[in-house]
Design a binder for this molecule. Structure first.
Ligand code: TUI
Length: 333
């Protein structure tokens, strides 16, 4: 068993959090991940408060283990959901796509563990000062809305900037990613052995859980991830200020074409993107959907129950961590 500051903080068996993916992270997936010993998250995304409240009730009926809610702060319903989580006694809140500072006092007073997603060391420090219990440092390898820094560069810098636990996200879908994030004891060999120990105490994975049996994602979406190769994701929306990583398809080609024009035609751009996440996840529309997925999609090669995904990830990680240098073929003379 791998025990870290994260398993201790949240009272969970494994240091694995499932990302709060829009349209994918519903009550069933969150409950399945929590039942399997990780931390499942309900992704509130742009859903209205009453919908999220029903998901919370459903998750409570499916598991007695802790689960969390991810609040996407660009949502028009973020204020409602922030309050509903308190009323519903949600144990853990993660946030994304913004600064959750204005809710912190209310959440802390309710005894909620608050774990903001941060794309930089500066925001991690601000969150620590505001009372965050941990931060998820998310590299640009991730699917969905992303920051600039890579996981490899971001994690050690955030780990040095704060003293609260750091959870690594972005580009992690197997034991090597887990081991790289959490392997202890290499300290400032990090510069040289960065691939071996970055300084986190847990991981958040998204793409691998899109392919869980319990995930509501359309079979086409799951298949596209399983068939993806390393270079099959692309970032759209840089020109409009909301960069999003997703699988390459007809839609991303047309969006990038629009973005490369001298002046961005925002109306045409929005006409193509509105509703495109639903088209991907619910309808499986391979041409017109936004299939958010991380750069690690090429490594994800099976559709399996969440419990199988987590148990394999942890069993492999334990073995790798026990025998790290030998496994990597490193010798120190
Ligand atoms: O939030 C995510 N990933 C997401 S949200 C999402 S829904 C969406 N759909 C279309 C367009 C935009 C969003 C899909 N994927 N990850 C966490 C994350 N948070 N990544 C980056 C950030 C972030 C960025 C800026 C966090 C804080 C931040 O702070 C800015 C500030 O206000 O200081």
């Amino acid at each position: 068993m791998i025990k870290t500051k994260l398993t201790e903080l949240l009272g969970i068996e494994y240091p694995v959090i499932q990302g709060g993916m829009a349209w994918v992270a519903d009550a069933k997936l969150a409950a399945a991940v929590s039942e399997a010993g990780g931390l499942g998250l309900i992704g509130a995304a742009n859903a209205p408060g009453e919908v999220v409240e029903n998901w919370i009730r459903e998750a409570k009926s499916l598991t007695k283990k802790p689960f969390g809610v991810n609040i996407m702060l660009m949502s028009p319903y973020a204020d409602d959901i922030a309050r509903i989580c308190v009323e519903q006694g949600v144990k853990v809140i993660t946030t994304g796509a913004g600064n959750p500072g204005k809710y912190m006092d209310m959440w802390k007073a309710a005894g909620i563990k608050v774990i903001p997603v941060v794309p930089s060391a500066a925001l991690a420090k601000r969150m620590e000062r505001a009372g965050a219990d941990a931060v998820i440092a998310e590299g640009t390898e991730s699917g969905g809305h992303i920051g600039e820094l890579t996981t490899m560069a971001l994690i050690p810098q955030v780990a040095d900037a704060v003293s609260i636990p750091v959870i690594a996200a972005g580009g992690i879908a197997d034991a090597r990613g887990v081991a790289a994030a959490i392997a202890p004891g290499i300290a400032d060999a990090r510069g040289v052995a960065a691939a071996i120990a970055l300084g986190a105490c847990g991981v958040q994975c998204g793409t691998i859980f899109v392919c869980a049996d319990e995930s509501p994602a359309h079979d086409n979406f799951k298949r596209m991830i399983v068939e993806a190769k390393d270079t099959d994701t692309v970032v759209t929306g840089r020109a409009s200020g909301a960069p999003v990583r997703c699988l390459k398809n007809k839609l991303t080609r047309s969006l990038l074409k629009l973005e490369h024009e001298e002046e961005l035609d925002r109306e045409a751009y929005e006409a193509r993107t509105v509703g495109s996440l639903r088209k991907a996840v619910v309808e499986g529309d391979e041409d017109n959907g936004t299939f958010m997925a991380g750069q690690i999609a090429g490594l994800v090669c099976q559709i399996a129950p969440a419990a199988v995904i987590i148990e394999k990830l942890m069993k492999d990680s334990e073995a790798l961590l026990k025998n790290l240098l030998q496994e990597r073929g490193v010798t120190i003379a």
